[in-house]
Design a protein around this ligand. Sequence first.
Ligand code: HEM
Length: 413
Amino acid sequence: MPATDQQVTGPVMGPAEALSELFTPAGKHHPYPLYDALWELGPVIPLGPSGTLVLGYDEICTALRDPRFLVTDAAVHRSTGMIDHSSWQCFTKIMMFSNSPDHERMRRFSGWAYSPRQVAERRDLAVKAAERWTDRLAALDDGGPLDLVEAFATRVPMTVTGELLGIPEADRMGLRTAVTATTTAFEPVFDPRELAPADAGMDVLVDYLGGLVRERRRRPGDDLVSAMVRDRDADGAVTEEELVAGLVMFVIAGVQSPSDMIGNTVRLALEHPAEGRGMTTDDDLLAAFVTETLRIDPPNHVLTRAADTDIDFYGHRVAAGSRALLVLAAANRDRRRFTDPATFDLARKDNRPLSFGLGPHYCLGAAFARMQVEVAVPVLLRRFPRLALAAPPAYRDQLVTRGFARMDVTLGS
Ligand code: HEM
């Protein structure tokens, strides 16, 4: 069991207590014992009129494939007033938060940018980025601790995404900070003022990427922004706002979860050194390592759906308009689906975690994300075979988009 899983938040915790604990700072940092406690209530847990918590693997697969469970789109966010916030104004213009037919229209428009050929062509960029940032780590090393999140895990995906979109080097880390801020909008919001950091981050991204779109329209290059501007202007398949929002999405999704995933993979490699060494020389082991990391510690713990109509769901009534919280990270540890689920085990057969979702909204960037992690982590581990944690990694105060705020390591070089 990974070390961080063992830090239970209280002595003995019942399911009701676990639920209220889950979205507290302590719960977000160490949710796995809380998921275990919640499992005692079963795979589907009614939360009263407002919602349903779903933990089971099969149950989440069913919900993600059922068109009556909608993503929380503009109509939903209008009804809660969230759409008045710049974060949700932009998020509701992307495919992840759009339902049919807008969803299909947007997915068709930008699908090519995620194709296997595009991903294969980006591999060299990822190798160069990983080598560049390991070189810099070596140059910074004075024997003391270095924050691997700041110096490597965020840098590699930001560099790859920056190169693809033609974002100048000097602008990249400013955007990186804005990216993390926007992801706080996905957490449950109890007071609209909590959206202030996400709104501020979104303003930065929309302003910057909107400017980039206008600039590339005037002076096209061979980057992804120029290609998307050309496509949009040719057939008007998406609006200008949707184009900018799609690019904002590309930067947020392209950077945050891969960066969190690199952190999680490195941590597990340090906790399982034999397997960690193995993945640097064996591609099958590397693929198994990344899949098992996605299962046991995914970067996105919860997806939300809104019931379009009353739904009879595994014997429970999900009321029209209520929310279903689908806890992917709990489903990845469903005992009915995975033997000994809290054990990190590279020999698992048919290991199919739900970490990239399923159904019509299945992650378009899954192959792109995996490729970056599969390149970056072995480059790091080969270069610094004595890499070690200098302190337990610290999590951001987030559960939906979960990852390390910092990860102090010594390089041992
Ligand atoms: C380890 C990294 C990643 C994880 C764990 C992840 C996870 C997810 C999940 C769970 C969904 C489904 C959302 C839902 O059903 O509501 C999703 C959708 C999506 N992801 Fe990712 N993602 C990752 C990386 C990326 C990257 C690198 C990109 C692109 C640059 C990307 C682009 C997208 C897009 C466009 C969607 C929306 C698809 C749709 O609505 O049809 N993701 N992702």
